[in-house]
Write a protein that binds this ligand. Structure first.
Ligand code: NAD
Ligand code: GLY
Length: 369
């Protein structure tokens, strides 16, 4: 097991990595959450159907009253209706501020459960138990919690740091290939922007077969270390810029265009991770066209993508449609766009007011190259 201490203005909290959930969770609850009378675990129906036994057995060992709240699986349930349902269950359970809410699931459950925890009783104790790669390396750390509203992603929310994050990499073994690819895309982002050794480890463990069997890659011993390195980066970034006023935007590498690709494809025809993977290639292309990078940089990254089975070509679409979405991106000020580009490996830069032609040319390039 490894422990990273996340230090924020709100809280200092441990991120436990490579633990066995079944034995570790009750141990931590009984030791660190002694004052809590109840443990209330929030999950979704899909995760519950896979892990019902494990969840119940861990809760039993907590020697406290315990309750389980089950939400429907899917991004479309990350909303105020689900929040309302959680509040009503918490009232039924007579939940007090000192009781502990546990988000057990992927980023959707972490964001939703965290939002409920941050607002019910003006803030409950909160543990994140992330069960997808994306939630383990990204969303469970850093306190961004919230829900979607009227089809706008994450538009209602707050910063609410958890009291602990518990990461058992074995949960990833039941993810389907699509979810693994989504997670690998985020990991490549950390490698490109912050720590090249992550890419080296991915490459070392990616046999040519990884694109057919991504499940094998995530079982490699090195993968545990990759998760650890990503968590270390995330905690450092959050420490520097907890409230996302500047530096934390670096985590958006590939996401600006990625989100627009997702939206242009109606948030369902292309997954988040795939859109971000393509978005990173477009950000590299833009960096090349502005003279920050050389073409051979991209060639090496495409080789890595091929080994991992990540998509690097944009499905055909009218590039103007993506530009339209960029204009409404909530991260931009009304008159200014801001992109994260690269001027070398682990050398990110912010670029402001990128002109439309450069964006359109590079989106087209990624369709036909
Ligand atoms: P998700 O929570 O929807 O999980 C993806 C799918 O995997 C779901 O069907 C889920 O039920 C299933 N699943 C979860 N754990 C599983 C397991 N162990 N085995 C099998 N299936 C499992 O999505 P995600 O990719 O984990 O996260 C994406 C969400 O996270 C988005 O809502 C995004 O906005 C949010 N997010 C938040 C932050 C943040 O900083 N708060 C960062 C990144 C992403
Ligand atoms: N996942 C982006 C952030 O935490 O800022």
């Amino acid at each position: 097991m490894k422990i990273i201490t996340a230090r924020t203005k709100q809280k200092k909290y441990p991120v436990y990595i490579n633990v066995d959930f079944n034995s570790f969770f009750p141990q931590i609850v009984n030791k660190e959450f002694r004052d809590s009378e109840k443990v209330i675990l929030i999950t979704n129906n899909k995760v519950f159907s896979i892990y019902e036994e494990k969840i119940k057995s861990a809760l039993e060992k907590c020697l406290k009253l315990s309750e389980i709240i089950i939400i429907q699986d899917g991004e479309e349930y990350k909303n105020l209706e689900s929040t309302d349902y959680i509040y009503s269950r918490l009232i039924d359970f007579n939940a007090h501020r000192n009781d502990v809410i546990v988000a057990f699931g992927g980023g959707v459950i972490g964001d939703l459960g965290g939002f409920a925890a941050s607002t019910f009783n003006r803030g409950m104790k909160f543990i994140q138990c992330p069960t997808t790669i994306i939630s383990q390396v990204d969303s469970s750390i850093g306190g961004k919690v919230g829900v979607n509203y009227r089809k706008v992603k994450n538009i209602i929310g707050s910063f609410y740091q958890p009291d602990a994050v518990i990461i058992d990499p074995v949960f990833n073994y039941t993810l389907d290939d699509e979810q693994i690819i989504n997670g690998l895309g985020e990991i490549v982002k950390y490698g490109l922007v912050f720590d090249k050794s992550i890419l080296d480890k991915l490459l070392k463990n990616a046999t040519g077969d990884s694109k057919n069997k991504p499940g094998e890659l995530i079982k490699a011993e090195d993968f545990k270390d990759i998760i650890y390195r990503c968590c270390k980066i995330k905690t450092k970034v959050v420490r520097k810029d907890e409230f996302d006023t500047g530096y934390r935007n670096l985590l958006n590498f590939g996401h600006t265009i990625g989100h627009c690709i997702e939206n242009a494809f109606n948030l369902k025809e292309i997954s988040h991770g795939k859109a971000v993977s393509i978005g990173m290639i477009i950000a590299i292309d833009i960096s090349i066209s502005l003279g920050f990078l050389k073409e051979d940089f991209k060639e090496k990254i495409i080789e890595l993508y091929k080994m991992l089975g990540l998509p690097y070509k944009m499905p055909e679409i009218d590039a103007g449609k993506i530009i339209d979405v960029i204009k409404y991106d909530k991260k931009f000020k009304s008159t200014q766009n801001k992109f994260v580009l690269l001027k070398g490996m682990n050398k990110p830069l912010f670029y402001y007011n990128l002109d439309e032609d450069t964006i359109i040319d590079n989106i087209k390039k990624s369709m036909y190259n």
